[in-house]
Design a binder for this molecule. Structure first.
Ligand SMILES: Nc1ncnc2c1ncn2[C@@H]1O[C@H](COP(=O)(O)OP(=O)(O)OP(=O)(O)O)[C@@H](O)[C@H]1O
Ligand SMILES: [Mg+2]
Length: 231
């Protein structure tokens, strides 16, 4: 497994009356295969996981992925860390499914014919072989989320960060995407409001008011989060 380290990493945003703290100084060493983050809206979950691939830069402290400093070795870190957004529209940019996966492969596979063959193989693996030449707009929400995942995983990252990958999906597609996520060999860092999904993780962080309020086994973490929510 990969190792993600936060060393007193904090995030602040400058405002009119001083800085707003978005993440208090946080120290973590994440080595488990499946790590979940849960917590209220606006608590800081997306900010924390965005530190892992440099989408957000720490205001103080450091973030390391396999010993590489995200701020200094950004390109190398981004090759290791795939990031999947809640809304697949944020990352599906090409007209057809196969072209979208080819775009992901443009750096790693130079030959266009080989790139096309590999993209088709990736689509097959995600059950989207029949949709290869269709417009991404003709896919269902679940298929679009799978395509976004396929594009990210095509580059074979060692870590997949997924920020609420099932939030927009119905029950069947939630199950399908969840099964895909939990059969990956990669390290998974997943932000979710789906407590059943969180319960399947090896370690779960509960984020509240810009800090990690609980860090431990999934069941205990879910119980901790539930205890903070009034009936
Ligand atoms: N660049 C920024 N400038 C100012 N405030 C920000 C910035 N980025 C995030 N915030 C604020 O920081 C807080 C935490 O945001 P974040 O997106 O990390 O929350 P979250 O836990 O992912 O919430 P949700 O469950 O709604 O996705 C929010 O109040 C948000 O408005
Ligand atoms: Mg979020």
């Amino acid at each position: 497994m990969a190792t993600i380290e936060l060393e007193a990493a904090s995030v602040a945003a400058p405002g009119a009356d001083g800085d707003t703290v978005i993440l208090e100084p946080t120290t973590l060493r994440l080595t488990e295969q499946r790590i979940g983050l849960i917590g209220a809206n606006g608590s800081g979950k997306s900010t924390l996981v965005r530190l892992v691939n440099g989408l957000v830069t720490p205001t103080s402290g450091r973030v390391l992925v396999d010993g590489l400093d995200v701020a200094r070795d950004g390109a190398a870190v981004r090759r290791r860390v795939g990031f999947c957004f809640t809304d697949p529209a944020a990352q599906l940019v090409m007209p057809t499914c196969v072209e979208d996966v080819e775009l992901s492969l443009r750096r790693s596979v130079r030959d266009a014919g080989e790139r096309h063959r590999q993209a088709l193989a990736v689509l097959d693996r995600f059950g989207l072989g029949a949709q290869a030449t269709l417009s991404v707009h003709s896919l269902s929400g679940g298929q679009r989320q799978l395509l976004a995942l396929a594009g990210v995983l095509a580059t074979d990252p060692s870590i997949l960060v997924a920020d609420e990958p099932t939030t927009l999906l119905d029950l069947a597609n939630t199950r399908r995407v969840t099964e895909t996520l939990f059969t990956l060999p990669q390290q998974l860092v997943v932000v979710t409001h789906d407590l059943d999904l969180a319960r399947r993780c090896d370690r779960v962080l509960v984020v509240e008011d810009a800090r990690v309020r609980f860090d431990g086994p999934a069941e205990a973490a879910v119980a901790d989060y539930l205890s903070t929510v009034p009936l």
